[in-house]
Design a protein around this ligand. Structure first.
Ligand code: AMP
Ligand code: ZN
Ligand code: ZN
Length: 455
């Protein structure tokens, strides 16, 4: 069980939390797990809650009854009188525990801020009311690691950091996410997809920093999409970062390689520009990563991106799309490289601060082809919720990745549904002979509309 050590330490606290929630009324194991995971700021390992429930029941602190919900059998737990007594008698112990944990937190943060998530239970709102972008209000206070005046406030972690310790803290977080989801296990060469924007540039620097510890090397890949000045500036930013780090960098010109640019593809097919571009990029990046001899491809999708995908998937009921949305896509029959998103639990705002503080060369300009759709609206609304409930997006995405997606995958991700493209041999969606990329390419090159083409 991953994170076993953490949960061994928390066991007593989780038991008390179980009793605390049952003191309000009966609840099932799933509901208890969800509420307690919300307080901890990360999902309890599946099964863990049942071990605790069993032990509390064995001690007579709660009892259970079988019920049903939506036709399914569910066990409901409720607190007994002795459970209530037990909970109330622990006030002093909880106080003492809180002081001990504060002391430990101070020590551990002094050793490198590994525990900034520890006191996320005390939520506060640090966001300026009505602010259009995510700017923390007021003074950020003092650095959680060294106590000097802080430069950045991280609301969901309820912590602040100075300019020296903030990048270290963020890099550690990225590393923890990568470890927890096994993104870099056994990887010898990582291709990093660098668009030149703050997210993927930050990712490149963070992964380059792990080369020594993990023993992999890094190759940067930038796709020149052929979008005029925007693409020229992006390629330049990518190149400067490759040089700065001394990593091998490859710039793949889409037109030279596949015969068409993104604007040409967008003109040729009837579908939103970003969706066409997304298909083309994903395909070209995978190929470029394979060509570069990488065994993993890392992209800079951040927490805000993924939260937005999740909400849009819920809204449209796209269960297959949601089932495919994963932090790690293993290499397989159709994919030569593992595909990973090490930033999927990192807020966009935190990445912007990282790039700013480290003075990384990034392009700020938005893509001129970007279509104005409901996406931007959903994103802004998510940020508004986050403002009032720091940590909301993090929980949304983490619960999705740990609980919802695996359940959807069991039902909707079937290997036998994946076809093979008649033209290029890569995967196609169910019932299609030609993959989306080849269909777009055929249109863009004017070599005839392929059957089952996009549009
Ligand atoms: P986007 O599709 O623009 O949201 O970008 C998502 C991720 O795809 C980025 O963080 C990059 O890792 C990768 N990416 C996007 N555009 C490019 C590009 N032109 N070259 C290389 N990687 C890219
Ligand atoms: Zn500091
Ligand atoms: Zn194809």
């Amino acid at each position: 069980m991953r994170g076993g050590r953490r949960y061994r330490l928390l066991r007593g606290i989780v038991s008390l939390l179980v009793l605390r929630y049952l003191a309000e009324g009966e609840e099932c194991g799933y509901g208890l797990r969800r509420r307690i995971s919300g307080v901890l700021g990360e999902a309890l390992p599946p099964g863990y809650i049942y071990v605790i429930l069993k032990s509390l029941r064995g001690r007579g602190l709660l009892d259970a009854r079988e019920g049903s919900r939506n036709g399914r059998r569910v066990v409901y737990y409720r607190i007994t009188d002795s459970g209530m007594d037990f909970l109330l008698r622990h006030r002093g112990a909880v106080e003492a525990g809180r002081r001990a944990i504060e002391e430990l937190t101070r020590f551990l943060e002094g050793r490198g801020g590994e525990s900034a998530r520890g006191d996320r239970g005390r939520r506060q709102t640090y966001w300026r009311r009505g602010a259009r972008c995510a700017v923390p209000a007021g003074s950020p206070g003092r650095c959680a690691i060294c106590g000097r005046p802080a430069a950045v406030r991280v609301p969901y972690a309820n912590a602040s950091f100075c300019e020296e310790h903030y990048p270290q803290w963020l890099e550690r977080r990225i590393r923890r996410v990568a470890d927890r989801y096994g993104m870099l296990d056994g990887v010898r060469r990582v291709a990093v997809a660098v668009s030149g924007g703050k997210d993927s540039v930050s990712l490149l620097h963070a992964l380059a920093g792990l080369r020594g510890d993990y023993g992999f090397d890094v190759v940067g890949i930038h796709l020149d999409l052929g979008i005029g000045d925007y693409s020229r500036a992006s390629a330049e930013a990518a190149r400067r970062n490759f040089e700065m780090l001394g990593v091998e960098g490859r710039i793949v010109d889409l037109r030279a390689r596949y015969g068409f640019s993104v604007p040409e593809a967008v003109r040729a097919v009837r579908r939103p520009a970003c969706s066409t571009c997304g298909v083309v990029k994903r395909y070209a990046l995978e190929e470029a990563a394979e060509d570069a001899g990488a065994d993993a491809l890392a992209t800079g999708h951040n927490l805000d991106d993924v939260a937005q995908f999740v909400m849009m998937g819920y809204q449209s009921g796209d269960l297959e799309g949601l089932a495919r949305l994963r932090p790690v896509i293993p290499a397989g029959r159709h994919y030569g490289v593992r595909s990973v998103k090490p930033l999927f639990l990192i807020y966009e705002r935190d990445l912007a601060e990282y790039a700013r503080i480290r003075g990384l060369p990034v392009v700020g300009a938005e893509c001129p082809l970007r279509d104005r759709t409901s996406q931007g609206f959903i994103r802004r609304k998510l940020l508004e919720i986050e403002e009032g409930m720091p940590g909301f997006m993090l929980r949304l995405v983490q619960e999705f990745a740990d609980g919802v997606q695996p359940a959807l995958a069991e039902r909707y991700l079937r290997e036998e549904d994946v076809g093979t493209c008649r033209i290029c041999g890569r995967p196609t969606s169910k019932g299609r002979e030609i993959c989306s990329f080849c269909a777009i390419r055929a249109r863009a090159l004017g070599t005839g509309a392929a059957p089952g083409a996009t549009g």
